[in-house]
Design a binder for this molecule. Structure first.
Ligand code: NDP
Length: 328
């Protein structure tokens, strides 16, 4: 089968298309015929060797995808409660391996999706929407009527966060790098939108929430911008550190948190997936909101497998909105 293979870590053009054997599902694993792969900023970082976990080469990138269950490994219950049916469309989260015709994941990495979702929509769902839910609710403890600041607002996580925040009754201040991206944020219901380089952005963001500052911030840019999150946060504000798209270091002086009783919390969706209670609660809430059409995964540009390197480079160059999808 055709698959993308990375032999050495680096920029997106290290990815090559190769013929490789079809993977065999081991005990507890499931083989899926891949329909669509959701590309995350994390995939770009993993290929570059800059992710939270070490990338071992050679490997096939792609951690989030949707497809049709094709065969079950030993010990995977077929059908019934918690079981997986051959022929069922599912979304899946694995460490890697999805940029191929077939991928194998642990059965625990399978996420049932409403039948109303297309393959690309299902592939755009798990990472962004679970992360948004955990940022807004599980860790962020956001309440209806509260303000949240969503950064990189037209991206995959940004669009998910705006939709979900609005569905939860929250008010959204959104920032992004271009006017076109801000229009996307407004179309999804953002209440206040600002260019991320607006010279008065800190004051304008504080003013958005009645001059009090913003109580919940989903921090994804990091680097020298991290200080702005501290400056914009309201008294007892919660800053959820989700990403570092700038790929720069940042300095946090704990002392600065004291005056306004701020909280800074890290969020990694992969490790939260291991928290059974938090995952069940998020899955239930999200299934209801997707099922009722209150949130719809935002599919961005779709690329063929042969253009994987271009897809990764476009994501890195901030040219994309919504979830970047690759179809094998
Ligand atoms: P996006 O679709 O949001 O694309 C990344 C966006 O980041 C760009 O479009 C750009 O938006 C913004 N950005 C800001 N500064 C830079 C920069 N210097 N270089 C490149 N992009 C920049 O990607 P994702 O939704 O996959 O991820 C968004 C962020 O959330 C990333 O930091 C990612 O690592 C993180 N994330 C973390 C998770 C976790 O579990 N902790 C899970 C999911 C995502 P703009 O042009 O508007 O600035």
């Amino acid at each position: 089968m055709r698959a993308v293979v990375v032999e050495r870590l680096g920029p997106p053009d290290v990815m090559e298309l190769r013929d490789v054997p079809v993977p065999t599902p081991g005990p507890g694993e499931v083989r899926i015929e891949v329909e669509a792969v959701g590309i995350n900023f994390a995939d770009v970082l993993a290929v570059a060797g800059e992710y939270l976990t070490r990338t071992r080469v050679p490997y096939t990138p792609g951690m989030e995808f949707a497809g049709i269950v094709e065969s079950l490994g030993e010990g995977v219950p077929a059908g019934g409660v918690g079981g997986v049916r051959v022929g069922q469309r599912v979304a899946a989260l694995g460490g890697s391996g999805a940029l191929a015709k077939y991928a194998v994941v642990r059965a625990s990495g399978i996420i049932p999706v409403p039948e109303s979702l297309s393959g690309p929509q299902a592939a755009a769902f798990p990472v962004s929407y679970f992360t948004a839910y955990h940022g807004l609710k599980t860790l962020g403890r956001g309440e209806s009527g509260e303000w949240v600041w969503v950064q990189a607002a037209a991206g995959a996580l940004g669009t998910a966060s705006i939709q979900l925040a609005r569905a939860l009754g929250m008010k959204v201040a959104a920032t992004a790098s271009t006017e076109e991206k801000l229009q996307i944020a407004r179309d999804l219901g953002a209440d206040v939108t600002l260019l991320q380089d607006d010279p008065e952005r800190v004051q304008k963001l504080r003013d958005a929430a009645g001059g009090q500052g913003i109580p919940l911030i989903l921090e994804v840019v990091g680097g020298s911008r991290f200080q702005e999150s501290l400056d914009v946060a309201a008294h007892r504000g919660r800053i959820i550190v989700i990403g570092n798209a700038s790929r720069e270091g940042a300095t946090l002086r704990p002392f600065e948190l004291m005056k306004r009783n701020l909280t800074v919390t890290g969020l990694w969706v992969t490790s939260l997936m291991g928290d059974v209670e938090a995952t069940r609660e998020a899955a239930q809430a999200l299934a209801g909101l997707v099922g009722s059409g209150q949130v719809t995964p935002q599919v961005g540009p779709v690329y063929p497998l042969a253009d994987s390197a271009r897809a990764f480079q476009d994501l890195l160059d901030r040219k994309t909105t919504g979830k970047v999808i690759i179809e094998p």
